[in-house]
Design a protein around this ligand. Structure first.
Ligand code: BMP
Length: 276
């Protein structure tokens, strides 16, 4: 059928109009505006290093991914500076918290504690393992603030358990809350999973970790694919890159060059996909 909607062949900006969730819309719009489908995952333990990397890669990314619990000298000033950088460089913030508990607990973890994640993260993610109640708990905090949630439907690591029926159930959970669940952490598109009818125009954001241009793994189970494989071939939307950008030391010129390289490569892969 030629009129079946396919997110893979639609532009990011056209797709932004299909999303009602504010965070999904904003992400697709910034991707189009900055010509970037690059998310940098800033997994470092010192506040100064964290902020320096973000300030350096900021112009080239649509999204910054954080693991805020890694930071040893965390304070509220760090959050103020992170927010200021997000406004100056025009990117969204994704806290990779991987919530995985009962609704009541995740609600507290999202809104409270030292980090008060809901106050500053436009997007968070959750493991679907507890079932739909995890989404309900998080939505009760995030929806009033205009936030979005990603479910981990697949993982990038060798021999991970998020496959088959587990992935299908994750997609079914997302379909129950399209106002809040904006997509997945996954390795390929998810719309055809558990449903052969894509004509109703389903559109999920697929954010994909395990991306690297120079190495295939990290010796600890991580598996890397190239932007071409992830974006052009598998049809994912956002490449998540961590050590591929800053793994060779603190030199800001080297970090900037790597961010520019991944941005260019990811965008070319997207244009190649659209022209197919
Ligand atoms: P790196 O590019 O340095 O391997 O970092 C990948 C990042 O993506 C890490 O922050 C990790 O927590 C995250 N991630 C992953 O690698 N695989 C997954 O399946 C899900 C993730 O969130």
């Amino acid at each position: 059928m030629s009129n079946v909607y396919d997110p893979k062949s639609s532009s990011y900006v056209d797709r932004s109009k299909r999303h009602s969730n504010g965070a999904a819309k904003a992400l697709l719009e910034v991707m189009d505006r900055k010509k970037s489908n690059l998310c940098v995952s800033v997994d470092v333990a010192q506040k100064q290093s964290f902020l320096t990397i973000i300030d350096t890669v900021g112009p080239y990314v649509c999204l910054i991914k954080t693991h805020v619990d890694i930071i040893e000298d965390f304070d509220d000033q760090l959050l103020a500076e992170l927010k200021a950088l997000s406004e100056r460089h025009d990117f969204l913030i994704f806290e990779d918290r991987k919530f995985a508990d009962i609704g009541n607990t995740v609600k507290l973890q999202y809104a409270k504690g030292v980090h008060k994640i809901a106050n500053w993260a436009h997007i968070v993610n959750a493991h679907p393992v507890p079932g739909p109640s995890i989404v309900e708990g998080l939505a009760s905090v995030g929806l009033p603030l205009g936030r979005g949630l990603l479910l981990l439907a697949e993982m990038s690591t060798k021999d991970n358990l998020a496959t088959g029926e587990y992935t299908t159930r994750a997609v079914q959970m997302a379909r129950q809350r399209p106002d809040f669940v904006i997509g997945f952490i996954a390795q390929r598109r998810m719309e055809t999973i558990g449903s052969h009818d894509t004509s109703h125009g389903e559109d999920f954001l697929i954010l994909t970790p395990g991306v690297g241009l120079d190495v295939q793994g990290d010796g600890m189970g991580q598996q890397y694919r190239t932007p071409k494989h992830v974006i052009t071939e598998a049809g994912c939307d956002v490449i998540i890159v961590g050590r591929g950008i800053y793994g060779n030391g603190d030199d800001v010129d080297a970090i900037r060059k790597q961010a520019q390289r991944y941005q260019a490569d990811g965008w070319k892969a997207y244009l190649d996909r659209l022209s197919k």
